[in-house]
Design a protein around this ligand. Structure first.
Ligand code: PGA
Length: 256
């Protein structure tokens, strides 16, 4: 894993956006795995301001709430159109987000996996991390080999996401999420985490044992992961000075 620690969320977001912009310019027909959540808002704002060409890209979102229509203001469909898709020249047919209203959820999940495969797999997967250590909505004890499926959120995630719904009771309990196995098959994972609330989950994910109790720790098995942190989210990393040193020593050709 490459750990990039910056003084502020803005500084880390800017570098992450530069990395993504470079990948999109290098491969205009990339397949992007996209994430939602507060952390992604600034990243998408930054990407929009870069005026990249999205016309050949294909996107697959990580997850969606079960029972919310695409028009529901808190659905991840709405989130994506509000923060990204309405502002870039992406083709609607190239956007893929799990269907929270699917009548047959297991079949819809299988079809989602098939579509990712048919698109050639995901080139870059964006990830946030929950305070529980979840990636996508793969909550603790998720199988590290899991595929796209229905999951039940933990009380912790319901509390964390209550801010988007006004109160905790409004947060749907079920979600469709890509699995950890699905995420691990993407060619490059880019994780962003900011703020002290993420510090414990990040320390466990990066330096702890690989365990289903912290699903993000499965990323240690992936050959290419870039983690962008602010100081607060990096606070509990034992080797943070080393990560900083590695980043400062990067040869020019490796710099972002
Ligand atoms: P956040 O969510 O960006 O809103 O903190 C991250 C996540 O739950 O994956």
């Amino acid at each position: 894993m490459e750990i990039i620690i910056q003084p502020t969320p803005d500084a880390a977001t800017n570098i992450a956006a530069r990395l993504l912009a470079r990948l999109i310019r290098e491969k205009p027909a990339s397949v992007l795995g996209l994430a939602t959540g507060g952390t992604m808002e600034a990243l998408y704002r930054q990407l929009v301001s870069m005026k990249l060409d999205w016309s050949k890209l294909t996107t697959f979102n990580l997850d969606e709430y079960v029972g919310l229509s695409p028009q529901h203001p808190q659905s991840y469909h709405s989130f994506m159109w509000e923060h990204l898709f309405s502002h870039v020249n992406i083709a609607i047919k190239s956007v893929n987000i799990p269907d929270g209203l699917a009548k047959d959820i297991p079949i819809a999940c299988e079809n989602y996996e098939r579509k990712i495969f048919a698109a050639g797999g995901i080139d870059v997967q964006l990830l946030g991390i929950g305070t529980s250590g979840h990636i996508g909505f793969n909550e603790p004890t998720s199988s590290l080999a899991s595929r796209t499926r229905i999951k039940t959120l933990t009380p912790q995630t319901l509390r964390d996401n209550a801010r988007f719904f006004g109160n905790e009771s409004g947060v749907p309990h079920h979600v469709i999420t890509m699995g950890i196995g699905t995420i691990l098959e993407s060619r490059h994972c880019v994780l962003l985490a900011f703020g002290e609330k993420k510090a414990r989950a990040i320390a466990e994910a990066v330096e702890g044992p690989i365990t289903a109790m912290n699903p993000a720790s499965a990323l240690q098995l992936h050959p290419k992961v870039t983690v962008f942190l602010d100081e607060a989210a990096a606070a509990e990393l034992k080797m943070k000075d080393y990560y900083r040193w590695v980043y400062e020593q990067k040869p020019g050709w490796q710099k972002i």
